[in-house]
Design a protein around this ligand. Structure first.
Ligand SMILES: Cc1cc2nc3c(=O)[nH]c(=O)nc-3n(C[C@H](O)[C@H](O)[C@H](O)COP(=O)(O)OP(=O)(O)OC[C@H]3O[C@@H](n4cnc5c(N)ncnc54)[C@H](O)[C@@H]3O)c2cc1C
Length: 405
């Protein structure tokens, strides 16, 4: 294809380029290939490494994945953990309460909560695509578009042409920077350290999720399948700098865990320093538009959010499903992308805002939390919000979001 190829008689889209083989990029590629489009994903990583941490797939994300790839929920269950209950503990190890998760989720939302390793989820999604459509070692550096197409540029001088470019390149998206240009993400005031390790931890049973609250610090323990567990700790800190080396990052996190239950520290001690992901928790202000011409955004590139509600990947899968729906029902790229924004921006904006609030509540003393929650949740209960969030079903979305703010 050439950018000046003249008037075309082809369907609205034939060739689609997706920047990244992350979770959103792969899910969107699977969905759009089912529309008969020629879809290629371009990923900066040189290989699929055992990267990333653990994450939770909630009913809304699972419904979207199941609509894209029927049967996938069963393979996610067997590759990750179908969580039976959540346990809340103090930093001394004492249990505060436990919540039944599996029975409640299945009864209310018809799907479980699955915890899984980011890398394993990436592998499952990648296995649904022909290998020749995944191009590793392609770091996107920019694009140019006109009425006829979009030209995408990669590090090293490579370029490709497509009818449509989807930027699914995460929090620090190059496509967003070129399209919107709104600078760096916004630091939300807490730092995060995460790792996945094969470990048998005394505080975590095979089908549980553990949440431990410390002083302006939290720790989550997740089973992510095959005997691996993921630990994630976040701490309210004004210093958002990252350590100069893996060894320093490990010392820093151990230092931040001084005074915590010994078995928690032992888990971090047992983790190889190179496996620890250290980073600031960030989001960006919600956008009113995220498409221009033949280019659009999806997932963290479009609506990065604090991880408090565990919705980043889940809303990304909603995007993937909705985007393909919009293309299947529209007669022009403009119509498809306008409908996509209409269906997605309001919902994700609510979830982004609520996630940022939730992130701050983690670090409040319990007395502060209850008085503020009482005020802020006077109009609507936490349960109503959870129901609205998790009850998202492709086709059946409540398009009239409740007034949560
Ligand atoms: C501490 C923490 C806990 C979390 N827990 C949860 C959870 O429980 N549940 C949940 O739903 N979400 C969770 N999330 C969020 C979730 O991980 C992200 O929202 C999700 O991965 C977003 O998917 P994505 O495809 O948009 O981006 P990503 O999965 O981040 O993928 C981006 C991809 O883009 C590639 N890339 C980047 N730049 C370029 C470039 N220039 N060219 C080509 N490729 C590029 C990257 O290599 C990567 O493969 C958590 C996040 C954090 C920080």
């Amino acid at each position: 294809m050439s950018l000046d190829r003249g008037v075309s008689t082809k369907p609205i889209v034939e060739k689609v380029a997706i920047a990244s083989a992350g979770l959103g990029g792969l899910a969107t590629a699977i969905a759009l290939r089912k529309q008969g489009f020629d879809v290629h994903v371009y990923e900066k990583a040189q290989e699929f490494r055992r990267a990333g941490a653990g994450l939770g797939l909630a009913p809304n994300g699972l419904n979207s994945l199941a609509a894209i790839e029927p049967g996938i929920v069963e393979s996610l269950k067997s590759s990750g953990c179908d969580v039976r209950q959540g346990i809340f503990k103090k930093m001394t190890g004492e249990t505060v309460r436990s919540n039944p998760i599996r029975s409640t989720y299945l009864e209310k939302y018809g799907q479980p909560l699955i915890t899984i390793w980011w890398w394993r989820l990436q592998q499952i999604l990648a296995s649904k695509l022909p290998p020749e459509t995944i191009h590793l070692n392609h770091r996107c550096v920019g694009f140019e578009q006109n009425d006829n197409g979009v030209e995408i540029y990669f590090e090293g001088g490579k370029k490709v042409y497509a009818d449509l470019l989807i930027g699914a390149d995460g929090l620090n998206s190059v496509i967003r920077e070129n399209l919107i240009g709104d600078g760096k993400p916004h630091y939300l005031g807490s730092m995060s350290w995460r790792a996945v390790i094969k470990y048998n931890h005394e505080l975590l049973k095979p089908d549980e999720l553990v949440f431990i609250k410390g002083n302006k610090q939290i720790m989550r323990l997740l089973n992510v399948g095959d005997g691996y567990i993921c630990w994630i700790t976040r701490k309210l800190l004004s210093d958002c700098s990252v350590s100069d080396s893996a060894t320093l990052a490990k010392s820093r996190v151990l230092n931040e865990l001084a005074g915590w239950e010994e078995s928690v520290r032992a888990l971090v001690e047992a983790t190889e320093a190179e496996q620890i992901l250290e980073g600031p928790i960030c989001d960006r202000p919600p956008l009113t538009h995220w498409s221009k011409g033949r280019v659009t955004l999806l997932g963290d590139a479009a609506h990065p959010m604090a991880p408090a509600l565990g919705q980043g990947a889940n809303t990304t899968f909603e995007d993937a499903y909705e985007l393909q729906e919009c293309f299947s029902q529209s007669s022009s790229i403009k119509e498809a992308l306008t409908t996509y924004e209409k269906r997605r921006i309001e919902r994700t904006q609510i979830i982004q805002t609520r996630s940022a609030l939730g992130e701050m509540r983690y670090y409040e003393a319990d007395s502060e939390t209850s008085s503020r929650q009482t005020q802020q949740q006077s109009q609507t209960t936490r349960e109503e919000f959870q129901d609205w969030l998790h009850n998202y079903k492709p086709f059946l979305t409540d398009s009239n979001p409740k007034q949560f703010f």
